[in-house]
Design a protein around this ligand. Structure first.
Ligand SMILES: *Cc1c(COP(=O)(O)O)cnc(C)c1O
Length: 391
């Protein structure tokens, strides 16, 4: 945690309704400063991956540094076009004809995941864009078949992966009308895995690089994590620019919002099982699903590992799912109904993934504003948000 920023305890008013995501503009700005330095040193363009973080009330702030967004669907592309501005780059594992008609009017770069999709949709997309007086650049996502030890769920280079075109499929293909290559193979990784991946890309797809104008190195770069090897990232980018004359794009999601927000919860009850279980007004399943999907144990302010402090318990969500369990923690004193807990690093891959399972209320979204440091409730959700997704 950065020492020069206020602690979350100081920033959150006692009366804050929970559950609530709180994002701190100063922490976002600290991340942006690092991303900006990468752009300045290398000339790379950094895009926000909306899949990971799409809190559009802070887009004006992010837009000071970032060049645009990377979207995975027409809805994300539209949000990027309407609320972010700048460049809109789109990749999806497969497009439908309707997707293409929408995206042709929204995207600047459209990346295909197969030659079949390119053959079917490149011309219709280009024509549709041209009719609207726009131009569209086309790319192909490649699969370097080089895994960097990611969790299998998050490894697009696993043997069964459907993501990216393998080099063997490129044999004998003309790449006319394709101006760039894209890969996305990392997850929460440092620069050394990127350097090794780029070496594989050069070995397997090197013959195509001189004919390209741009290279998109995807997301999964943990650029804003303390200790990340920034000089190596910059050397990697500069090498691809110098060797092949490529414009380099990076599209982090997590790194933009890393450590920039929390989820604030309240203890509702404590029951006894094999150990005390504190039930919260938030849920792993509905509000922080990566806790179950990754899985991982989120950090909680003032809590230790089990056994570290005097009272150990399990924190669990209020849904009916038996496995709606966040993890085991210890506290200096037993938790009681009404106590507030602060889960750290909850800005990314949370509000973009929430559900209303069990009819649970969605967490509110609040912002600690840069300058005044005042907390502003940006959005609260209610019954209508639950009902309008059903019929
Ligand atoms: C998920 C994803 C990203 C962002 O990944 P992070 O791990 O959040 O940096 C970027 N590009 C593509 C194609 C993705 O699927």
């Amino acid at each position: 945690m950065r020492e020069d920023l206020n602690s979350w305890d100081e920033l959150l008013p006692e009366a804050l309704p929970t559950p609530c995501f709180v994002v701190d503009e100063d922490r976002l700005l600290a991340n942006l400063a690092i991303l900006s330095s990468v752009q300045q040193h290398t000339g790379a363009k950094i895009l926000l991956a909306l899949k990971g973080f799409a809190m559009f009330s802070v887009f004006p702030l992010l837009r000071r540094v970032l060049h645009g967004v990377c979207a995975s669907s027409p809805h994300e592309a539209r949000l990027g076009r309407e609320e972010f501005g700048g460049e809109v780059h789109v990749f999806a594992a497969a497009y439908s004809e309707d997707d293409i008609h929408e995206l042709a009017l929204l995207a600047d770069h459209l990346v295909f995941n197969s030659f079949a999709q390119r053959d079917r949709f490149l011309e219709p997309a280009r024509d549709c864009a041209a009719k609207a007086g726009r131009s569209l650049a086309f790319g192909l996502r490649v699969n370097p078949e080089h895994s960097e030890g990611a969790v299998p769920l998050y490894d697009p280079c696993s043997p069964g992966s459907r993501l990216g075109i393998r080099s063997v499929v490129f044999a004998g293909r003309a790449l006319s009308d394709i101006s760039g290559l894209h890969f996305h193979t990392l997850c929460e990784q440092d620069a050394a895995p990127l350097a090794r991946t780029l070496a594989v890309i050069e070995r397997t797809f090197g013959e195509f690089l001189p004919g390209m104008r741009w290279l998109n190195i995807g997301g999964g770069h943990h650029i804003t994590r303390p200790g990340y090897d920034l000089p190596l990232l910059c050397r990697c980018i500069t090498r691809m620019r110098d060797a092949y004359g490529l414009d380099v794009y990076i599209e982090p999601g997590e790194a933009v919002a890393l450590n920039a927000g929390v989820l604030v919860s309240t203890v509702l009850d404590v029951v006894e099982a094999d150990m005390p279980v504190a039930l919260l007004d938030s849920s792993a399943s509905a509000h922080m699903p990566d806790v179950l999907e990754m899985p991982y144990r989120p950090e909680v302010i003032h809590a230790g590992k089990p056994g570290e402090k005097s009272w150990t318990c399990r924190l669990a969500g209020k849904s009916c799912l038996a496995g709606d369990v966040i993890g085991e923690y210890s506290f200096a004193a037993p938790l009681q109904a009404g106590d507030r807990l602060i889960f750290l690093d909850m800005a990314h891959y949370t509000m973009v993934k929430t559900t209303t399972f069990n009819g649970l209320a969605l967490p509110g979204i609040a912002l600690v504003e840069n300058g005044s440091r005042a907390l502003r409730m940006v959005r609260r959700f209610g019954y209508e948000d639950f009902k309008t997704r059903l019929s």
